[in-house]
Structure formats: structure tokens, C-alpha cells
Design a protein around this ligand. Structure first.
Ligand SMILES: C[C@H](N)C(=O)N[C@@H](Cc1c[nH]cn1)C(=O)O
Ligand SMILES: [Zn+2]
Ligand SMILES: [Zn+2]
Length: 483
């Protein structure tokens, strides 16, 4: 049985329905800004995106602070200014609870040539689905909070909470600078925050909304192997030296086996044991393995039971190899021996695993494997900045009940409480530094292709998701202020 929607929300929902096209236009504008945080050459686009949102917040009468968070050191040793972070406030009524919403305005890289069917930075609608980089991760959800404020204003309804916005432009690159900012503003900007909400993840499937209380953490590594001062002709030099690429691939091959088991000794030592209570949680979760695999079309899933697959994604670490910089990767054949290559891989961390310990285990493992390999070449091993532990919240908190009611008002269904395998480093910082309950309220679906080709957001998710945020504000407004 679901709970009935309060009539007070009707004018808000009507306004959101009526303004759908304008909200889509806003997202179209946001998508056209190529705010790829991982590309130093597009840093000005990230900054442009930050100001695009800051100006809209100002127009909504928010008090906006543009916070400088310092410099980024790039892998080649040069430095680059980090994009500023927006801290904005709306309302300061001591009788109302204060909600902090976080979003990120940067995106992953995207090129049409990767296999996009549309231009990635031009929002295009096909069959009620909006395609474009950042539609789901995370520009769509991030700007929807602004639409919600607009809806409350238009409906002449007082905002039920004091709102604090924290919007950054480096999430896809480890949220550099943000943690320090949160710490420095703990007793000022964040002092009165009672609840934190992040809308930057996805439903577990394509049909049913969920609320998320856990994420994995992340350590990202570069392993560079060098064999010469210039690229070499393989006909002239092949057979006469240890090749960097062969060494790199040999080491990468010692990291994970075909069943996904990480081969670095002691890596599973800290992982929380599964309790019978935890096991029973998975049974009731609405999740279809068939639908999950239909979307990605993989020849075989590594697990044959829903519980095991969810555990593999939520509560066990996983290791992925992402790419090799310096390798020949264009079409056609080129008989070259690359002089130097950088293998890029990451591990998703789970509760109890600490980035420093994990880095040490990897360093020791690579040292040992390198000795076994016995190559004359040299290597460097680096963990990138922004490594973050996993985050887990308390879903038995009234905050989760409030969000669950909001879902029921909009979708007429009781949502599952889920965890997710991705990472949002700041979720744990909010929980630790501010010390308040943190909740993830996803807008998009599991098949939104975040980080992948043809990222999309269904218009229905955008519109109903905005209503959900409006209903959630209403419910949070009924919660106690936290002392
Ligand atoms: C879940 C969130 N929307 C997301 O995509 N997070 C990224 C974070 C990241 C990327 N590089 C470093 N951190 C992720 O989980 O990959
Ligand atoms: Zn995201
Ligand atoms: Zn992302």
C-alpha cells in the first residue's frame, strides 16, 4: 500500500508539467557546454558551466558564493586552476530544517566517433528520450533542483526547507579541492545543515524508482613502463629489447582473473563479512538479471543469482582496466614499438577498505610481479588524487522514510532501498564532516548509459524526477531540525 499524495503538491506538479519544454531547453543549453573535467583543454568550459548555474541561482534570489579551490597538478607536472565550487543559500528560517543538495556540473569525455548516434554535446530528442552527454550524469538532476525552486515560487508556496546548494565541476576527476572546502566551511556555510541529498545515481532497473544508501569508493592507478626515448620500428628493433607494452600487459594480467577475482594478495582481508540479515535484504530487491544483461548485451554474466550479482556490484571490490595511453589505437596497422605506455586501472572499494592500505598492497604486488618479469625496463606506479573510501548511510533514518513517501506520491510505488557500485567521493565527506544523514535520490534509469556512448535521460524521468524532488522537499520540511 502506498501513501496518498497531499493536495498541496498539485500546483507544483502542474507547473512542472506545463514548463516541461522550457526545462528541456535549459538542459539543452547545459549539455552544449562541453564541461569535461578530465580534459585540461576544456577547463574553461567547466568554468563556464559553473557560472551558467551560478547566474541562474542568483536569478532565483539565492546568495551565491563562487569558491576558489586552488590548483590541480597534472600528470606532466604542470598546474592548472581547478574550477570553482558554487556554495549557494536560499532561506534562513530557524524554524525550518536545512537541506543541502549536491550536484556536479562536469561530465565524462564523449566523441561522436566513439559510437554515438547523435552529437554528444547537442541534446537531441528521439522517441521521448533526450540524448546527450550529462543528461543523466549529472546536469539533468543538478539543474532540476533549480526548476523545483522555480515551481515553488510560481505556485506562491513557501519553500518548506532552507536550501543550501553545493555544486562542483570536478566530480568525474576525483572531486579535487572539494573535501578541503567542505572542511573549511564546516562551521560556517554547512553549520546548520540537517540533511544532505545527492541526485547523481540511477535506478537499479528501468521501471522502478529507488533510494540509495551506499556507494563504493575508488582508487585509480597509472602504471607507466618505458623502454626507449622514441618510438621504434619493430622490424629494426623488434627482438632486441624488452618492450614496454609487453611488460605492461604482463603486469596488468596479474591483477584480476577471468572470474573477476582480484589477484592482489590480502585485498579481500578487510572486506566486511556477509551477515544473514544482509543476505536477506537482497532477496526482496526488485532486480532483473535479464533486463540488466539485455541492456549491455554481454555474452555471459559472472553470477547466476540476483543476490550474488548485487553483492558483486555493491559490497565486493572490483578491478577494471580502462586503457593504455601511448598505445597505437587508430584503425589500420602500424608496426611501431611504443617508447612508453601508461596502463590505467582502478579498483572500486567497499566498506572497511582504505585507499592508503589498498595503494600499499598494489604497490607491493606490482613490485613483486615486476621482479618476476625480470625486464630491464623501468616503471612508475602512481595512485591518482581523489581516491575515496566507500560510503554507507543509515536507511532506517526518518530522512529515508521522507524520501520514500515522496516517491510514493509521484510514482505510486514503494521504492527499494539500494546500494550502488559507482562512487561519489563527497558523499562520505558530507557524512563525516557535517555529521548528518546523507541520501541519494536518483532521477535516471539503469540504462541511461552514464559514462558510455549515447548517454540519455527519458523525458518522463526528467519530469517525474523533478516532481519527486519537489515532493521530497515538502516531506523534508516536515522532519525535525537535527540538533
Ligand atoms: C555515480 C556518479 N554519477 C559517478 O559517475 N561517479 C564517478 C566518479 C569518478 C570518476 N572518476 C573518479 N571518480 C564514478 O563512479 O566513476
Ligand atoms: Zn555523476
Ligand atoms: Zn559520472
Amino acid at each position: 500500500m502506498t501513501v496518498k499524495c497531499p493536495s498541496k503538491l498539485k500546483p507544483l506538479f502542474d507547473y512542472i508539467d506545463k514548463n516541461k519544454s522550457r526545462f528541456i531547453d535549459n538542459l539543452k543549453n547545459a549539455v552544449s557546454i562541453q564541461s569535461v573535467s578530465g580534459d585540461p583543454n576544456r577547463r574553461n568550459e567547466v568554468v563556464k558551466m559553473i557560472y551558467w548555474v551560478a547566474n541562474r541561482l542568483t536569478a532565483l534570489n539565492a546568495t551565491v558564493e563562487i569558491c576558489d579551490v586552488g590548483m590541480q597538478e597534472l600528470p606532466d607536472g604542470t598546474t592548472l586552476k581547478l574550477p570553482p565550487v558554487i556554495l549557494a543559500s536560499l532561506g534562513d528560517d530557524q524554524r525550518k530544517p536545512t537541506l543541502c543538495v549536491y550536484g556536479h556540473l562536469d561530465v565524462q569525455p564523449a566523441n561522436r566517433s566513439d559510437g554515438w548516434v547523435t552529437e554528444p554535446f547537442e541534446l537531441e530528442i528521439r522517441d521521448d528520450v533526450m540524448f546527450g552527454r550529462g543528461t543523466s550524469d549529472d546536469k539533468g538532476p543538478a539543474i532540476s533542483w533549480l526548476h523545483v525552486v522555480e515551481a515553488y515560487n510560481a505556485a506562491t508556496l513557501d519553500l518548506p526547507v532552507n536550501l543550501k546548494f553545493c555544486y562542483e565541476g570536478m566530480e568525474e576527476s576525483g572531486s579535487e579541492g572539494l573535501h578541503e572546502l567542505l572542511l573549511s566551511k564546516k562551521d560556517t556555510f554547512f553549520k546548520d545543515v540537517d540533511y544532505v541529498c545527492i541526485s547523481d545515481n540511477y535506478w537499479l532497473g528501468t521501471k522502478k524508482p529507488c533510494i540509495t544508501y551506499g556507494l563504493r569508493g575508488l582508487c585509480y592507478f597509472f602504471l607507466q613502463v618505458s623502454c626507449a626515448s622514441k618510438d621504434l620500428h619493430s622490424g629494426i628493433f623488434g627482438g632486441s629489447i624488452n618492450e614496454a607494452m609487453s611488460d605492461l600487459i604482463a603486469i596488468l594480467d596479474t591483477l584480476v582473473d577471468k572470474d573477476g577475482k582480484i589477484l592482489v594478495p590480502k585485498i579481500y582481508d578487510e572486506v566486511e563479512p556477509v551477515t544473514p540479515e544482509e543476505k536477506s535484504l537482497y532477496e526482496s530487491i526488485d532486480f532483473s538479471m535479464e533486463e540488466y544483461n539485455q541492456d549491455i548485451d554481454s555474452p555471459q554474466l559472472l553470477h547466476d543469482k540476483k543476490e550474488n550479482l548485487l553483492m558483486a556490484r555493491w559490497r565486493y571490490p572490483s578491478l577494471s582496466i580502462h586503457g593504455i595511453e601511448g598505445a597505437f589505437s587508430e584503425s589500420g596497422s602500424k608496426t611501431v614499438i611504443p617508447k612508453s605506455v601508461i596502463g590505467k586501472f582502478s579498483i572500486r572499494l567497499v566498506p572497511n577498505q582504505q585507499p592508503e592500505t589498498v595503494e600499499k598492497l598494489f604497490r607491493e604486488h606490482i613490485e613483486k610481479q615486476w621482479k618476476i618479469r625480470g625486464s630491464a625496463n623501468s616503471y612508475t606506479f602512481t595512485m591518482l588524487p581523489g581516491a575515496a573510501p566507500a560510503w554507507k548511510s543509515n536507511p532506517d533514518h526518518p530522512h529515508y522514510e521522507a524520501a520514500s513517501k515522496a516517491v510514493q506520491y509521484v510514482y505510486n510505488i514503494v521504492p527499494d532501498f539500494t546500494r550502488e557500485g559507482g562512487s561519489i567521493p563527497v558523499a562520505l565527506t558530507f557524512q563525516d564532516v557535517i555529521g548528518k544523514n546523507v541520501l541519494l535520490l536518483p532521477m535516471g534509469r539503469s540504462d541511461d548509459n552514464a559514462h558510455s556512448q549515447n548517454e540519455k535521460l527519458n523525458i518522463s524521468n526528467y519530469v517525474e524526477g523533478t516532481k519527486l524532488m519537489a515532493a521530497y522537499l515538502y516531506e523534508v520540511g516536515l522532519l525535525e531540525k537535527v540538533v
